[in-house]
Design a protein around this ligand. Structure first.
Ligand code: PGA
Length: 255
């Protein structure tokens, strides 16, 4: 089953109104990247204005987190319905920084993924082992537990992002063989649980993806795109990463 690659920018807690210029460059560059879906997940303060700027373009806008409830007395939180209302079409849930700094459990992440579904957003569900877990030979066990606990039952209408915690922001990445192995493992788990539909779900790789390693990491079987942090803040580098999937962009950027 062909899966259209998705390259998503996770801006984390970065970006001011002045960053709109980067989005505009991404929107312009996206015109040359017909083979890949592009998404920018800005901080919530920029979501509505980014969605307005991206309307009618080839760039989708996503949120970085959502609350499980649709509304209520949850000071400081933002619901999936609110993200949708602001123009988002997707939301990242269970990022390792949310798990680590906000104590989010697999069960909480699953509730958020269900909230995204309820609101009509695609949930980008993040999983991945820590350095200690990897050193302890527990990568598959952790990935299996997080998949089982974080993904909602029913439709395979989500995107999975495999992001080894030790690779995030570190400049260190797993070897292509390791990526192929764990993405194959994730694919097997998805098809075991969701049947044929599990073959259609996209599995992104995330963790220190940049323009120099994109081709090597993103052209591996069962790697259906990337979730990009630091390297997504500059439009040129983000577009070069997405260019791993688009010959047309590579041709243009080299000319
Ligand atoms: P990074 O972050 O690309 O800066 O490593 C990826 C992520 O946390 O999604």
């Amino acid at each position: 089953m062909p899966r259209r690659p998705l390259v998503a920018a996770n801006w984390k807690m970065n970006g001011l109104k002045a960053s709109t210029g980067e989005l505009e460059k991404i929107i312009a560059g996206a015109e040359n990247l017909a083979d890949v879906e592009l998404m920018v997940c800005p901080p919530a303060t920029l979501l509505a204005s980014f969605a307005a700027a991206a309307r009618g373009s080839r760039v989708a806008i996503g949120g970085q987190d959502c609350h499980a409830q649709a509304s209520g007395a949850y000071t400081g939180d933002i619901s999936a319905e609110m993200l949708k209302d602001a123009g988002a079409t997707a939301v990242i849930v269970g990022h390792s920084e949310r798990r680590r700094y906000h104590g989010e459990t697999d069960a909480a992440v699953r509730e958020k993924a269900l909230a995204a579904r309820r609101a009509g957003l695609v949930a980008i569900v993040c999983i991945g082992e820590t350095h200690a877990e990897r050193d302890g030979g527990r990568t598959r066990e952790i990935v299996r537990t997080q998949l089982d606990g974080s993904l909602p039952d029913g439709a395979a209408d989500f995107v999975v992002a495999y992001e080894p915690v030790w690779a995030i922001g570190s400049g260190v990445t797993p070897t292509p063989d390791d990526v192929a192995d764990i993405h194959g493992f994730i694919r097997d788990r998805l098809t075991a649980r969701y049947g044929e539909a599990g073959r259609g779900a996209r599995i992104l790789y995330g963790g220190s993806v940049n323009a120099a390693n994109a081709k090597r990491l993103l052209t591996i079987e069962n790697v259906d795109g990337a979730l990009v942090g630091g390297a997504s803040l500059k439009a040129d580098e983000f577009l070069a990463i997405a260019g791993a999937y688009g010959a047309r962009w590579s041709a243009i950027s080299l000319s």
